[in-house]
Design a protein around this ligand. Structure first.
Ligand SMILES: Nc1ncnc2c1ncn2[C@@H]1O[C@H](COP(=O)(O)OP(=O)(O)OP(=O)(O)O)[C@@H](O)[C@H]1O
Ligand SMILES: CC(=O)N[C@H]1[C@@H]2OC[C@@H](O2)[C@@H](O)[C@@H]1O[C@H](C)C(=O)O
Length: 369
């Protein structure tokens, strides 16, 4: 691939992510040599309709079989549709949809066939980013950290910063931009902090038919149940040393803890659980960051952002503050990682996933036709 190019030739890569919130596909172009971000390009979003969401929800926890196959078909069609709208991509990074994630057990499962997508688009596709890491003893997640390192350089950071992603699940990457490359010792520490928006969404959908707590309006009317919050924080996950990662539905007891509460108090308490899990996680950072840059849909929830500001000792701001796009960072991450895979560069290391050594995961599928 990329014959005649040297390792610094810039590639126009298109990344696509379908996250744990199951709301849709984000797609974004990044121009990079796999190390330095030269520029960010066009973006697009393709939401799932109710039927597609139902198929995906039904498939969660399935490693194979009819449910997983139906989810794969939804994922492949939605991605082919949104990605075919981009004309000039040289390479595609396709995350697929995580249906199940048990790195210390059965492994990790992302559906969506990259070879089929390569045929549909006529462009090489990099996919199956997580399996190699898990096979080598890693968590297989989070994988955005190597990209976060490049973002910290891109925005000119000179002191440690934290990227906090608040999607369905929460994850942080502590980055030291004084290091020259992400694989340097001490450049990165990353892990999933805990559940973020997914349980809150599920609770509000079940009780009120709402997709999510827009603007934190429901939580703003409620009071945090401190007893439930304290019980939640006793979960063994929070005292486990990172790296560590989670599946979307790893905390079913959250729903139990808020069962007796009003909708408003339940929303306030679940929002506080997300913030408290982040605050606990921040204690693992090797050095206090100069600020926390928040990405993912949770940055649009002012109640959650305020809880984070109260509990963390440093400024907490959306990534837009440094010129990044908080709706597209994960799609951009998989564009960036695709170029790293194509160039034979690592995509994870012991401090990001707990893997034994540097790993360059991902499968490259070339269109045959
Ligand atoms: N305006 C808003 N107000 C409050 N919450 C919001 C708003 N917009 C989005 N969210 C929350 O953010 C969620 C979507 O976040 P995002 O798109 O980052 O998740 P994801 O990428 O699917 O998840 P993950 O990062 O875990 O894979 C929504 O489901 C909702 O809970
Ligand atoms: C197994 C899996 O799909 N994990 C996701 C999920 O969503 C957020 C968090 O949990 C993170 O660990 C990861 O996604 C991002 C893109 C990552 O790998 O960095």
């Amino acid at each position: 691939m990329f014959k005649g190019q040297n390792k610094h030739t810039v590639v126009r890569a298109l990344g696509a992510m379908s996250g744990t919130s199951l709301d849709g596909v984000d797609a974004a172009v990044v121009e990079t040599d796999g190390q330095v971000i030269q520029s960010f390009g066009a973006t697009a979003y393709r939401g799932y309709c109710e039927e597609e969401q139902a198929v995906l929800t039904q498939a969660l926890g399935h490693w194979s079989g009819a449910e997983a196959d139906a989810a794969a078909a939804v994922i492949e069609a939605a991605h082919a549709e949104v990605l075919s709208g981009f004309q000039d991509a040289e390479l595609v990074g396709f995350h697929g949809q995580t249906l199940a994630h048990e790195p210390r057990g059965r492994g990790t499962c992302q559906v969506g066939d990259g070879q089929a997508l390569a045929e549909a688009l006529g462009v090489p596709v990099v996919w199956d980013f997580r399996s190699a890491d898990v096979e080598l003893g890693g968590e297989g997640a989070p994988l955005a950290p190597f990209f976060h390192f490049a973002c910290a350089k891109w925005c000119g950071a000179t002191e440690p910063v934290v990227f906090l992603n608040l999607g369905g699940v929460g994850n942080i990457t502590w980055v030291d931009p004084r290091k020259s490359v992400p694989e340097d010792e001490g450049a990165l520490l990353a892990f999933d902090t805990g559940p973020a928006n997914a349980p809150l969404n599920d609770m509000l959908r079940a009780r009120r038919g709402l997709a999510f707590d827009e603007g934190g309006k429901v939580a703003a009317e409620g009071t945090v149940a401190t007893g439930a919050l304290e019980l939640f924080l006793q979960e063994a996950y929070f005292s486990r040393m990172p790296p560590k990662s989670l599946d979307r539905n790893d905390f079913p007891e959250m729903m139990e803890l808020v069962r007796e509460l009003s909708d408003e108090d339940a929303a306030a308490t679940m929002t506080a659980m997300c913030a408290a899990a982040v605050a606990q996680g921040m204690g693992h950072c090797p050095e206090a960051p100069s600020r926390v840059l928040v990405t993912g849909g949770g940055r649009l929830n002012p109640v959650l952002m305020e809880m984070l500001r109260v509990s963390l000792d440093c400024p907490v701001v959306p990534v837009e503050e440094v010129g990044l796009d908080g709706d597209m960072l994960e799609a951009q991450a998989f564009a960036y990682l695709a170029v790293r895979v194509a160039r034979g560069l690592p995509t994870s290391c012991p401090s990001t996933t707990g893997v034994m050594a540097l790993v360059g995961g991902g499968t490259v599928s070339e269109p045959e036709g």
